[in-house]
Write a protein that binds this ligand. Structure first.
Ligand code: ZN
Length: 344
């Protein structure tokens, strides 16, 4: 077997999958250009070029391959041993994978926002109706407890606004779509702006900024690696591999979905509590509220571990921890910088 493989090497051009250097005639599959070390069968056997389930390789089974890729990434060492650089990359599908991950993180906040919009609309309609009744523009329903405006008030309104209708429209407008967008608080954003940033609540502001930054982490990481690689020996690794490493490591951000569910659990517990075991539960709820804020930091740690594994196993760089730390430190500095702009 050994001699058959060696013969094949001698009589054909074999590109280093990481950097494209021609490995023809080398006895060991170690690239002198980028330092990548491979097994010859991975480079020569065409049946090994197709990954069994990777999202990039299976456009006909999008849902299955997406789920299997996410699950596969839970065991990073196994994932990155199975995926090797000789398996062709599809940048378009990588970007699609990232977009789906980001979209999934927004499902719950958008659902929450939609519910908020409906609540605000109902509330506005109810108040408007009450005011219409009080100025006599709508009939008072039987049993209504709406207080009617006095003649003095009505005169004053007429003098100041011209008509009762104008007065109502000014302060209790119809809940049209633009009005609703203006009046409905975005989940998290509102809370963090007032409770957090304004009062200098560092932990909350940091949690929100980090969560948002984690969504675009793959692009920052890939960019930083591109800048860094001009200073290290592995200057020649192709961009598609850096993208692959960053985007598959970055799907750790899906843990945000679990964090988004946490307030829902808190609400449910609050809703169903009864006095007998309430105090016990209450401690747990408060604990959850606090830990929720450290969630994004935990995601960053998981992400860092996966990223280092990918750098070592897939990019075959010797100082994986160092590269990972440099990228993450630059990333955190960027987050803090953006945070200081927002809070200023
Ligand atoms: Zn190479």
């Amino acid at each position: 077997v050994e001699s058959a493989v060696t013969d094949k090497i001698v009589d054909q051009d074999v590109q280093c999958p990481l950097c494209g250097y021609n490995l023809r005639g080398l006895s060991e599959a170690r690239c002198p250009e980028c330092g990548g070390k491979f097994d010859w069968p991975d480079l020569l056997d065409p049946t090994r070029k197709l990954h069994p389930y990777l999202f990039e390789h299976h456009p006909r089974r999008n849902i299955v391959s997406f789920i299997r890729t996410v699950i596969g990434g839970l065991l990073p060492r196994r994932f990155w041993r199975r995926l090797h650089p000789a398996q062709p990359s599809s940048p378009r599908r990588l970007v699609l994978y990232w977009l789906i991950v980001v979209a999934l993180c927004f499902v719950l906040p958008i659902a929450e926002y939609t519910i908020n919009v409906a609540d605000v609309r109902n509330d506005m309609l109810m108040r408007r109706q009450q005011v219409l009744v009080s100025v006599g523009l709508a009939p008072s329903p039987p049993g209504s407890r709406v207080q009617l405006a006095t003649q003095a008030d009505l005169n004053e309104i007429k003098q100041e606004f011209g008509s009762y209708q104008k007065y109502v429209d000014r302060f209790w407008p119809m809940p049209t779509f633009p009005v609703l967008l203006q009046r409905t608080a975005f989940p998290l954003v509102e809370g963090s702006r007032y409770a957090g940033m304004a009062k200098g609540n560092f932990v909350l502001s940091f949690a929100v900024s980090l969560s948002l930054a984690l969504l675009i982490w793959p692009w920052i990481a890939a960019l930083v690696m591109m800048i860094l690689r001009t200073t290290v020996r592995q200057a020649s690794i192709r961009r598609s591999h850096l993208m692959r490493v960053a985007i598959y490591s970055g799907d750790a951000v899906l843990c945000l979905m679990l964090l988004e569910l946490a307030p829902l659990f808190v609400t449910l517990i609050e809703h169903f509590n009864n006095r007998a075991w309430m105090s016990e539960i209450w401690g747990a709820v408060e604990f959850m509220r606090e830990t929720f804020l450290y969630g994004p930091l935990i995601i960053l740690l998981i992400l860092s571990y996966r990223f280092a594994t990918a750098i070592r196993t897939y990019l075959r760089l010797p100082h994986a921890i160092g590269v990972m730390l440099s990228v993450q430190i630059i990333f955190l500095l960027l987050v803090l910088q953006v945070m200081s702009w927002i809070c200023a």
